[in-house]
Design a protein around this ligand. Structure first.
Ligand code: NOJ
Length: 556
């Protein structure tokens, strides 16, 4: 397989609002990030992905952009940005920016113009339709609850918004939209020197001609907008590749809601000239139910192994995987896939990290994951800031589908704000995140779980992640080896091998707190332990795999 820096890299995602506040306004900012670059260097990550830092009215925390070439005031200035990227590059790291071009903010000048009148030159930058019998043009629902259409009085028409009504969808059919987007991307690469893009919901940019109704399921209040992998998406991405991406040495990852393995081979295929990799959602959809993610279902291990393994084996040699268990839209991975109880938190976080980082693909660490940060005990909806959770809370409870008490329980398990509480730096007030009042509550467990404590403890999750990241750099089999699943039906253990030429690795992870006996395959009898989260010198014959134990064996 052809080597590439982005295949060998580990990415660290920063949610700027919650990472580090430098000026005491309670909101994380760019100078805060710059002040913590040595911490990231020590962890050993190669790439920093920043969630959006552009000018935005913050309806969706920056995923609603009103100026793609300006910095959000709360986050700082363009000079702060220049200093930050210089600091990143000086330390040998790279910067990937979020690219949110399925939609803009309704306060973007293009939309301000577009909504004025039907003849406006920007009218066709967005998706406008007449209503049907006084109602929305079709039955599509927004990802954030309610209809995906907003009526606009000025012209007596509706505009499409797959997300909030302050996030109108751009019309990618219009070549002027594409030209504007590409020139803005070129500016960030050529003038600002960024090293790549994480592309927000990029699988949704091509809408089906005629915008047909979606299927109505009995549970759904609205039909859903089946916009994923629309008919022109690959054409648009190839054009983007030609006009922008191919001109620089970038890393690109597309957030691809609704992507299948077959589709991923097109988005991220080695010879497709589109993107380097995509984020799929199959493994984070395994604990969903009839009301989407709003349930208390746990991820079933056997299904999880199947999904991960299918992606590993099917893309091998054809396309590249991204590896993630958490990000700013998902609850904390330790609480969701593992065990965040005080007894098992540390060992379990190390096991989850091992399981993911030993796979083929580019691993993503979400801020605080390396500390074993956990979900937040939100007591009341007034503590929740995320419009996705707030809208669902009202819509589902008012429709009588889920009680308010149950919704609060589901928000504690699945809500996006679990990942958005401030980064826990130390045990001082507000976890050292801010000297002011944080924009969202700090998790009360910061006295025990924080970066200062983790750095001082050589057995911490932080130092274990550091080892995982360092190992990947010196061990090509971890990056390029072929993957094979063993014990597919085992309900406690996740066991897989990697192989590259003469070398072979065995990864054993216990996803439960019950110890389990396991017979090490004969071919690994003389193998050495590469990394493990318990004190264990050897693993041969029949072993007892302890609570949340992870063992990686290497046979040369
Ligand atoms: C996906 C982003 O990750 C999420 O945070 C955002 O709300 C939606 N796209 C809309 O931009």
């Amino acid at each position: 397989m052809e080597r590439a820096w982005w295949k060998e890299a580990v990415v660290y995602q920063i949610y700027p609002r919650s990472f580090m506040d430098s000026n005491g306004d309670g909101i994380g900012d760019l100078n805060g990030i710059t002040s913590r670059l040595d911490y990231l260097k020590e962890l050993g990550v190669d790439v920093i992905w920043l969630s959006p830092i552009y000018q935005s009215p913050n309806d969706d925390n920056g995923y609603d952009i009103s100026d793609y070439q300006a910095i959000m005031q709360e986050f700082g200035t363009m000079e702060d940005f220049d200093r930050m990227i210089e600091g990143i590059h000086q330390r040998g790291m790279k910067l990937v920016m979020d690219l949110v071009v399925n939609h803009t903010s309704d306060e973007h000048p293009w939309f301000v113009e577009s909504r004025k009148d039907k003849e406006n030159p920007y009218r066709d930058f967005y998706i406008w339709r007449e209503g049907k019998d006084g109602k929305a043009p079709n039955n599509w629902g927004s990802y954030f609850s309610g209809s995906a259409w907003q009526y606009d009085e000025a012209t007596d028409m509706y505009y499409l918004h797959l997300f909030s009504k302050k996030q109108p969808d751009l019309n990618w059919e219009n070549s002027k939209v594409r030209e504007n987007v590409f020139s803005m991307m070129n500016w960030w690469c050529a003038e600002k020197g960024i090293d790549g893009f994480r592309m927000d919901v990029i699988s949704l940019i091509s809408k089906r001609p005629g915008l047909p109704d979606g299927p109505k399921t009995p549970e759904a209040l609205y039909g859903y907008a089946d916009c994923a992998n629309g008919p022109r998406v690959h054409e648009f991405l190839k054009e983007m590749n030609q006009e922008v991406l191919s001109k620089y040495d970038l890393m690109t990852v597309g957030e691809a809601a609704g992507v299948t393995i077959e589709e991923a081979k097109r988005y991220a295929g080695f010879n497709e000239n589109e993107l380097n990799m995509v984020f799929h959602f199959e493994h984070v959809g395994l604990d969903g139910g009839k009301h989407g993610k709003w349930t208390d279902k746990r991820v079933p291990l056997v299904e999880f192994k199947k999904v991960m393994s299918d992606w590993q084996t099917e893309l091998d040699g054809k396309a590249w995987n991204s590896l993630y268990l958490s990000n700013h839209d998902q609850p904390r991975s330790l609480s969701r896939f593992g065990d965040d109880s005080p007894q098992y938190r540390v060992v379990c976080a190390k096991m989850l990290g091992t399981c993911l980082h030993m796979m083929q693909g580019t691993p993503y660490v979400y801020q605080g994951e390396e500390l074993g940060m956990t979900n937040m005990p939100f007591a009341d909806i007034s503590e929740v800031k995320d419009l996705d959770s707030i809208n669902a809370y009202h819509e589902l409870s008012e429709a009588g589908l889920i009680s308010k008490e149950d919704m609060m329980c589901f928000i504690r398990l699945k809500g996006r704000d679990n990942a958005r509480t401030p980064m826990q730096w130390d045990d001082s007030e507000n976890a050292g995140f801010t000297t002011g009042t944080p924009w969202i509550g700090v998790n009360p467990n910061y006295k025990e779980i924080n970066a200062k404590a983790a750095l001082a403890d050589e057995n911490s999750i932080f130092h274990y992640y550091r080892k995982l990241i360092a190992l990947r750099k010196e061990t090509p089999i971890i990056v390029y080896g072929h993957y094979a699943l063993l014990e597919p039906d085992h309900e406690s253990l996740y066991v897989y091998t990697r192989s590259l030429e003469e070398q072979k690795m065995l990864v054993i992870c216990n996803f439960t707190k019950e110890p389990v006996d396991y017979v090490i395959p004969e071919e690994f009898s003389g193998a050495k332990i590469l990394i493990t989260n318990y004190d264990r010198d050897e693993a041969k014959g029949t072993i007892e795999v302890k609570a949340y134990e992870a063992i990686v064996l290497m046979k040369e």
